[in-house]
Design a protein around this ligand. Sequence first.
Ligand SMILES: [Zn+2]
Length: 563
Amino acid sequence: MRTGILLLIILLLSDLQLSAQENVFESGISKSLSKHVRLLASDQMMGREAGGPGELPASRYIEEVFKVYKIAPGINGTYVQKFKFNDGAQLGDYNMLTADTLKFKLFDDFNPMSESAALLTKGKLLQVGFGIISAENDYDDYKDFTYDDLDRKIFVIELSSPDGIHPHSKYSAVSGLTSKIEQAVRKGAVGIIFVNSDENLDDPDAKLQRDIRPYDIPIIFAKGNAAKIIKADKGDRVFTMRVDINREEKTGTNIIAVIDNKADNSILIGAHYDHLGFGSEGSLERGKGKVVHNGADDNASGVALMLELAKYLKASGSKSYNYYFVAFTGEEKGLLGSNYYVKNPAIANDALSFMLNFDMVGRLQRTDPVLIINGVGTAKEFESLVNNTSQDNFRITTTESGIGPSDHTSFYLENVPVLHFFSGTHEDYHKSTDDFEKINFKGIVDIGHYMIDLINRTDASKKLEFVKTKDENIFKAPKFTVTLGVVPDYAFSEEGMRIDGVTEGKSASAAGMIKGDVVIKLGNYSVRDMTTYMEALSKFKKGDSTTVTFKREGKTKTSKIQF
Ligand SMILES: [Zn+2]
């Protein structure tokens, strides 16, 4: 299959070679643009999921096009920048729960929880109620147990609390999963079986979450008949728990090319080439099972525009800048490729005059076309530049913020002026119907003309002046009443929540926190990962003050913080 795809790429490229002279932005013919989109959005590319089977042929195609267009390798003499990332957790084949000779059934009777280690343990059960200790309520589920009672036991813990799980519960500070697990671990549990006898409380999601950091013991949820047997157990049977979870480390690939004109200043043009594979996390498709998501608009369109601009800039002889081109992977999984790139750049971030991001440029409306430009507030010069650039074929709407759900955010957080170009959302967004046939190629050509005019209108003799924007905080999930005013680093895989940017005037900046700090505790709540960070945030309301514990350059620090 793989050779088949590479053969296909070679066939398409031989055709491209013939048309390497033809330039879409001079001829207005969109032949090579549509060729890129047709191929990148074909079923053979398997949805181009980062770390998935379609990443290799897609990245190879982009690399080969750069070669055909005679654009040089952009980083350490190569086009390829690889990096490792955590790609969630899948159940393995060996999940088991037995009581003496009684065998329980996976899914029907129990399921491993995202917090679980991949481990086997044996022990007798100990019923520890809600597993809660709350000094302020004079409540302690562990108070009657001796050290021997607790030693080497699998704890059975109710998910709920003495007064339920709701915002006004007296126990909400200690009834979260994290608190209960950490309490049990401190008390010496060798495993945990959660049960749920509270009719008002939903069972935990059986789907394993990718951003939860596991503990060192097996943790499962038991239900139905199994839960009945487990809750009735007096500690006279030996239970065996085996949890098998594969936490997969995958490799992502960015493709980087450069036109080095030995100019004083450089700009970077980027577009992500990854998409959702067969409808992984992020798909809005409902009830169709696994189906290939071709991502023609998102974002084969942006990659095609970037490739043709590269060809144009190479051929035009415009030597005003050095031009870096990056096809990012992992955008759909949380800006992974651009996040890795800015931390391992081909050219120092502060040497960039500005960055242009094309993400979804293929659906310009045919009647009343509108191009959306985000990030116009990120350089002093942008607003007049955007307004003065000729735009005969569409209207323009702009937003100020440098933070948005695409790769320009990674550059903005490094103080690089950014513009994100976007032809608007549509009903096929993140669905299997985002296909080649629906792309407006003349629209992409029009946007390309606009890009060329915009680049030509900038003063290449000096860098644009970066401006921090007031950020519409898109990362703020509506169910939380408070935020820290930070942008988390979603690619951070060690313990804690690393801050990738601090919003001025908000809680974290007032507490003296800076980019790079790793939050490990909010009040009494441990922050182990994004999930526990959000869980911790949800415990506070506006006006509350507490302490935040974080790591900076290996040292642990504590600050007072007010929400
Ligand atoms: Zn996209």
